[in-house]
Write a protein that binds this ligand. Structure first.
Ligand code: BG6
Ligand code: MG
Length: 222
């Protein structure tokens, strides 16, 4: 079977914005007396903004403390801090190997699509000057978030691709689960012991290791 599309998560796959999400959530959580560490942060990766806040409040046993309006204000504060951190982003912040892979996909006429939960995806892709490499950016509003398969299914649909002929690339546990639930080949970026148990078909320690040739061989596609 032929590879029909490659569907990319954004934060932690295209660039290191996962660390900025963590910094901004940590600061917000500290202000309300909740500690979060990097292990807990793994359970936030890939998760939509308000859902992430809910998880943090549950973690700090404060899930009943705030009104909806107050929660929206907390999430807004986090996003303001996060967006401020993004201000320094330049094309040099693209993870190694990503631009080369995107070029290989383009040269071979294989669409690349962004399947991210982030509402900041267009802003980030513009800062990295990568927007033109993507056939589409899935709008995550109003569709069930990861680990549900919907974002990846929508990405495949936008590329006109059959899910079984797609490869998804993810750094999060929720994202790996979503790719698998969508019936696609799941490539993890990170650690085998973190992503393996969630169903990653293969895990690379770095995006540096990605190439079209390797992906085709791993996924047994042409
Ligand atoms: C995901 C990140 O890509 O996007 C999560 O892994 C983040 O950490 C989510 O919460 C939503 O992003 P944003 O930019 O819309 O708050
Ligand atoms: Mg991610």
């Amino acid at each position: 079977m032929k590879l029909q599309a490659v569907l990319f998560d954004l934060d932690g796959v295209i660039t290191d914005t996962a660390k900025y999400h963590f910094t901004a959530w940590k600061q917000m959580a500290e202000r309300i007396g909740i500690e979060i560490d990097s292990e807990f942060n793994e359970s936030l990766k890939g998760i939509e903004r308000m859902q992430s806040l809910e998880r943090i409040l549950i973690h700090g046993q404060q899930e009943h403390k705030y009104t909806q309006e107050e929660k929206e204000r907390l999430a807004q504060q986090k996003n303001d801090e996060y967006v401020a951190l993004l201000a320094s982003l330049t094309p040099e912040d693209t993870y190694p190997g990503i631009k080369e892979l995107l070029q290989q996909l383009r040269d071979n006429g294989i669409p690349a699509v962004i399947a991210s939960a982030s509402k900041n995806a267009p802003l980030i892709l513009d800062a990295l000057q990568l927007r033109d490499y993507f056939h589409a950016i899935v709008d995550p509003s109003g569709i069930p978030g990861k680990p549900q398969p919907d974002i990846f299914l929508k990405a495949a649909e936008q590329a006109g691709a059959d899910p079984s002929c797609c490869i998804g690339v993810e750094d999060s546990q929720a994202g790996i689960e979503a790719i698998r639930a969508a019936g696609m080949y799941a490539v993890g970026i990170g650690e085998e012991n973190i992503l393996g148990p969630f169903g990653a078909d293969i895990v690379y320690a770095s995006t540096r290791e990605l190439s079209l040739q390797k992906l085709l061989a791993a996924a047994n596609l042409e």
